[in-house]
Design a protein. Sequence first.
Length: 555
Amino acid sequence: YRYKHHFFSTQLCRDDEVPVGLSSGPAPGFVSDLNPVSSSDSERPNFVLIMVDDMGMGDLGCYGNKTLKTPNVDRLASEGAKLTQHIAAAPLCSPSRAAFLTGRYPVRTGVVGVGWAGVFIMNAASGGLPRSEITFASIAQKQGYETALIGKWHLGLNCETSTDHCHHPNKHGFKYFWGFPLTNLRDCHPGRGTVYALEKYLPLRTAAVLLLSTVFLYLSGLLPVPRVWRSARRHWSSSSRVSTPLSQSMCALGSEVSGVFRSAERPFLLFFTFLQVHTALFASAQFTGSSPHGIYGDAVQEVDWSVGQILQTLERLGLSENTLVYLTSDQGAHLEEGTHGGHNGIYKGMSGSGGIRVPGLVRWPRKIRPGLEIHDATSNMDVFPSVVQLSGGQLPQDRAIDGRPLLDLLLAPTQRSDHEFMFHYCHSTLQAVRWSPRNSRSVWKAFYFTPNFHPPNSSGCFHTLVCFCSPGHVTAHDPPLLYDLSRDPSESTPLGPESEEDFHSIVDVMERAAREHRASLQPRESEMTPGKVVPKPWLQPCCSSLARLCACNRD
């Protein structure tokens, strides 16, 4: 086993055990010389950007959790900066990740829902992150960085054929990709249900089209429906290998990370994106039953352990001092899952609608003061301009960039955030506006509509596993619901003219900002129209390169 210092312990991976889908050599596309990058090679930092799936702020000790053990993530907070108003650009996976990579609201990139579709749920669909978008990875790569994405992608795969890979990470600046093209769905785990049995909650016409097309494809033999629905593990490129079964995935992903660290001769950018803690939930045997919160808590604690292994590997290879480590979640906890979802602490919202306040931790020992807390509004879109700035690149001048560099806040804590206004979308519809006035510590938030969220065993989002944005699933507010988050962070008591004397002037300022924001949007076709999310058999990734229309006869 060539990775002698593979970064997951032998409790999960023996030295004589090469995980499925993992070669014994260094990562393709990386220099085979195993000399690690030393901090003296360049003043530019390495980047390790970690994204957990569906983890809430309330799941971590550094944000107040008292029952789950997250010492390694908490260490990032104590040795670096903790962002307390860190905001995701969307409450669903695909649009949030598109915004993270590009620094742009999803409505600008086209990775935004239409009707019921809010994420990509089929490998054989044609939607995805457009090639015209610029990611921080592509800019860092042009600046001489080795770039890798390990884990979940969920931003599309093919456009016209099963091998064009137009949306593949390799086309978006990641020289090396090892992971899942889609996401961890319930359908990937036998006995955990399906995300496709939602027809009675969809418009009848859409449900009928989806059902009939699926039956036709299955009967014609063009699309093996059970395997498409139950397996996200597909061979999609000769340079991107298939991940292992979920029970082994952390071991395999970890070994890949170790190879990236050890093989890169130049500064590197690694985007490590967990499949956990998205449902269907899973945890390795060593973590099953380790927490008082069932399989969800077990998964959180395995994530924390994995973060610890990353930090230990950086230290062992002498990379810690000049490596910026950033950890976040793509959106808030999936509260609609009940006990299988996480905890957002005191904050409202959920995965699917409104769950946008997420963990934000940044450690860079060479630069950032330990224990720093930043209470100004920040966004995970801010990673884009921050990486561009620190890697020596230039921001694109031909498009709007909504993220703001974090460096000033991290290095000069007295500095105010550049985010005076932030805009919160539910799919392509503006749901709320956040305003942090320059001359005040108030943080105003105005809702134009809210989801009809109800507890389990009643009507509402719990039955559909995610909240929709369409009429019948939301309640409109005119005038908007107004909160001052500096006084009411839980959004428990909306303000009105009778309780806030400046109500009308505050709402007027926010509505004017919303109009200016809308005016800045360029027309963009959604990547999630029905025609782009319905599976096309000729786009199904193949295990064999011999046939255009093929089925995989193995996992």
